[in-house]
Design a protein around this ligand. Structure first.
Ligand SMILES: NC(=O)c1ccc[n+]([C@@H]2O[C@H](COP(=O)([O-])OP(=O)(O)OC[C@H]3O[C@@H](n4cnc5c(N)ncnc54)[C@H](O)[C@@H]3O)[C@@H](O)[C@H]2O)c1
Ligand SMILES: O[C@H]1[C@H](O)[C@@H](O)[C@H](O)[C@@H](O)[C@H]1O
Length: 344
């Protein structure tokens, strides 16, 4: 528990990175979330920062995160810069003891994630929530409640599907793990309350729609500390839309999420529904709930949600996954000891 924010003041948030996610979070904090305002935006691209700041009353624009964090109007930080910039921003926020919502990944590799974890542990209290937004999705939350209730007995397997319509320029094979499957890594650890102990990756002959050099799709298998097995189909150029599904198989039942198709239409001898085209649409409500939960907890002087330990563990599994992609071999995951700050 840290300082409670005065009830009458909106929480002043600095948003670092004003690209796709950052500008969406600026809009969300400004128009959707209550109890907070965007006090500052920061982008190495100064023109972009100015442009986004101009959409919000009383918002300052910076190119340097350190200068923004020294601004008295800033009470908390939302990091939405690219992964390699996260560690410096997190360590800077720790210097000011500011609460942080950090978009996934915590950092791009396990060694840097461990440095962040150790720096937070030295503060002696949690400061970081990692942006694993699926934990705030209504369907995932229902599945988690069902599994926790134990009605199906032990969960034996998860079957996951993660499909994107297409990839942006520069999206390379390791990103299928680091950028995309990282969500299934977090969801597996969260739903089962177990660590992932080994990763295997199978690579079918690539789709003819895959960009040159991208081994798409892939089948990623996790083994967990409780003996469950999880398969993830990752297919990032499926062409038709954005689909995220998860089926849990228990000893006495199964449950599946991700099949909702919004409006169903009957016409011309066919029936069908809609498929969202990207994550901003599919997980819009989850992002809203995630940021609202972070603001509410911060105002109470608490830190909840996915922790730096969750970010570190995901980074360690990603590293094993990228090695497994390259070698085709089952690759064990090695984790550091868990600091007491993050529970048993
Ligand atoms: N939770 C999700 O579903 C989800 C979805 C997409 C992206 N993300 C994550 O959000 C983050 C941002 O992704 P994006 O798609 O918005 O990227 P983006 O490339 O659209 O935007 C990144 C912005 O950060 C700026 N920037 C780069 N280095 C910076 C630095 N050191 N300090 C300040 N600004 C800097 C860039 O100029 C750019 O404007 C990444 O960590 C990404 O993994 C999460
Ligand atoms: O960065 C994005 C984002 O994290 C999405 O949630 C995921 O579905 C995509 O595959 C990934 O590229």
């Amino acid at each position: 528990m840290t300082r409670r924010h005065p009830a009458s003041d909106p929480l002043g948030i600095a948003v670092i990175g004003t690209g796709r996610m950052g500008s969406d979070h600026v809009r969300r904090i400004d128009r959707v979330v209550s109890g907070a305002r965007v006090a500052a935006v920061i982008d190495v691209d100064g023109e972009r920062a100015e442009r986004v700041a101009g959409t919000v009353d009383g918002c300052a624009a910076y190119t340097d995160p350190a200068a923004a964090m020294a601004d008295d109007a800033v009470d908390a930080v939302l990091i939405a810069s690219p992964g390699p910039a996260h560690e410096a921003a997190l360590l800077q926020a720790f210097k000011h003891d500011l609460p942080v919502l950090c978009e996934k990944p915590l950092t791009p590799d396990a060694a840097s994630a461990l440095r962040v974890l150790e720096a937070e542990a030295r503060l002696g209290h949690r400061r970081v929530q990692v942006g694993f937004m699926r934990r705030y999705d209504a369907e995932y939350q229902r599945l988690k409640s069902l599994l926790d209730a134990g009605e199906f007995g032990r969960t034996l397997m998860l079957h996951c599907t993660h499909r994107n319509a297409s990839t942006p320029p520069g999206y390379a094979t390791p990103m299928m793990i680091n950028d995309s499957v990282v969500h299934e890594i977090d969801v597996t650890r969260w739903l089962l309350d177990q660590e992932i102990t080994a990763v295997t990756v199978l690579r079918p002959a690539p789709s003819s729609a895959a960009p040159e050099g991208l081994s798409d799709p892939q089948l990623v298998l996790f083994e967990t500390s409780g003996g469950a097995v999880v398969d993830v189909e990752i297919f990032v150029n499926c062409g038709f839309g954005y689909q995220v599904r998860c089926e849990a198989v228990g000893e006495r039942g199964t449950a599946r999420i991700g099949d909702a198709h919004g409006m169903y239409v009957n016409a011309a001898g066919r029936w069908g529904g809609e498929i969202p085209q990207d994550f901003t649409e599919r997980f819009r409500d989850a992002y809203d709930r995630e940021v609202q939960a972070w603001v509410d907890a911060t105002r109470r002087g608490e830190v909840t949600g996915p922790s730096a330990w969750d970010g570190y563990a995901a980074a360690a599994v990603c590293e094993a996954g990228v090695r497994a992609q390259a070698t085709g071999e089952r690759t064990p995951v090695t984790l550091a000891a868990r600091p007491a700050l993050y529970g048993a």
